[in-house]
Design a protein around this ligand. Sequence first.
Ligand SMILES: Cc1ncc(COP(=O)(O)O)c(C=O)c1O
Length: 397
Amino acid sequence: MKYDFNKVYDRKNTSSTKWDGMKENFGKDDLIPMWIADMDFPVAEPIKKAIKSRADYPFYGYSKIKNSLINVIVKRVWDKFQWRIEKEWIVFTPGVISGINIAIRTVANSGDGIVIQQPVYHLFFSSIMNSGCQIVNNPLKFDNGNYEMDFKNLTEIAEESKENGSKSKSIDAILLCNPHNPIGRVWRKEELLELGKIAVKNDLFVISDEIHSEIIYKGYKHQPFASLSKEFEENSITSISPSKTFNLAGLNVSSMIIPNKKIREKFKDTMAGIVSQPNIFALEAFEAGFKYGDPWLNDVLEYLQENLDFMINYFKDIKGIKPIRAEGTYLIWLDCRKLNLKQADLKDLMINDAKVGLEDGTIFGDGGEGFMRMNIALPRSLLEEALRRIKTTVDKL
Ligand SMILES: Cc1ncc(COP(=O)(O)O)c(C=O)c1O
């Protein structure tokens, strides 16, 4: 490994939500922060260099997307996922969540239902509600420590909505999380095909959030939903972003891939005047990451794999908590139900006794009770210390 991710950095007073937002979120700031999705690893050298060199040129006016960035996105999507996208399909937004908000407003009308599969990334809820739409849950099935999509239920709710015909109850789209935060599944091709088949049959548009697509563990492969057929392509919007892959969340940048021309024009109309172009430093970082970031990313993936294995192994000695082995993402879903604690007590135990800042499982909706989410993208010594504290705390129960 060229990069050293063992070094512990003090990120306090750096305008970091993860570090400086602890007091607001947990009521105290002396915890090991393992909540919001960013990594405690410094960014790749080429990204830092690209931002510095742009900063040296003292003109920070309105941005215009360079052709070289568009080309690099097209190339990377092909190289990594063998999905051939066209340059004009790409629309930039200052982050995935703003892109998802616009996508919902583009494809759905106020009052329409949008399907999500809970437990799921919590900002999906507000994206749907703020767009005046309704949340329709197709709960994930949890069997034998394994999560799966419930196609039978999805078919039933989609068909019911079609038959019902009443606009206020109609379901318009599925908001897919691929890979799925917080349960860490990397959806298999067959699963996506099944989902797409149901969507096409029932006129459901698919918004596929693929922000975690490059944090994938050994033995798994990310499949972009839209890459599976021309029909899926025309019937979907996909988010592709460097922010999780290269740890750039604070730069607020993302690209939405919209093959359907009519939808793309509507998307652009919907965002006009509300959402600006990404800032110039973000664009430099995006391009540098996609072009030169792979040596860093390969090292990060190796380090995360070791953290994952280390953590899974450590939990074998912690009674009452079972981690769900993630296939992708550095966010690990912990099944704490055997501790038999109320959610408030579980949170209190982690914050005030173990002094670790985990994400409360209930923010991810139904199916989150009794669970916590742990971010393992941090130096091994901190991970080990956090696990040691959790074990000591749980042993006392
Ligand atoms: C599934 C998912 N989508 C979107 C985001 C946020 O993306 P952005 O910061 O680009 O809005 C996250 C962050 O954790 C996420 O996990």
